[in-house]
Ligand binder design. Structure first.
Ligand SMILES: [Zn+2]
Length: 192
């Protein structure tokens, strides 16, 4: 049996492609220069939690929010796959709107991700539209009644809040971080 004329060439191309891919992934962890915050893998990002005891001032870094619909089930948020193909919708578990932001925590002096439910999202949207900005906007987050599971309140910051860094750090890729978080959650605890 004879090989098709282009067989070896195809094999070489495949091998070459595989080698190049391997080289790329081997080099992907190297950064030429200082490692910037937004160069970290998205699954290493910190999800910030609003404490019950005190107000948390943050400066928003993303230009736009990232939003999705989700079901709360088995102690986790599961993104809705769409009404037609979502098993959680089919089970009648209600979906809710979620908003995710990349923020700079002014007291921790650190970047993080923040996820808000519907009501705080609406409050933030109104405040953001009134101020005419999202990136660069500083807000104070607190818990209603200072309870650990109290509703998150979005307020104008105290006048004496710590100043944001100048220049403001770049936002990370929020969608990529969300997908990485979902992938990790799905591995740990698939929806029942
Ligand atoms: Zn659904």
């Amino acid at each position: 049996m004879t090989r098709p004329a282009d067989f070896d060439a195809r094999l070489d191309r495949l091998a070459g492609g595989a080698t190049r891919q391997a080289n790329q992934s081997a080099h992907a962890a190297l950064t030429d220069g200082w490692l910037e915050d937004d160069a970290l893998p998205p699954d290493q990002w910190v999800w910030l939690h609003v404490p019950p005891s005190s107000s948390m001032p943050v400066t928003i870094l993303c230009e736009r929010p990232t939003s999705y619909r989700a079901h709360y089930c088995d102690s986790n948020m599961h993104p809705c796959r769409g009404f037609q193909s979502c098993e959680l919708c089919a089970r009648g578990i209600g979906a809710q709107r979620r908003t995710v932001l990349c923020v700079y925590d002014l007291r921790l002096r650190a970047l993080g991700l923040l996820e808000l439910g519907d009501l705080p999202s609406q409050a933030l949207r109104a405040y953001s539209e009134a101020k005419g900005m999202l990136r660069g906007l500083t807000i104070a987050l607190s818990r209603e009644g200072q309870r650990p599971r109290g509703r998150i309140l979005v307020l104008a910051p105290d006048t004496n809040h710590p100043t944001p860094p100048d220049p403001l750090p770049q936002s990370i890729d929020v969608a990529a971080a969300l997908k990485a978080t979902w992938a990790r959650t799905a591995r740990q605890r698939p929806p029942q």
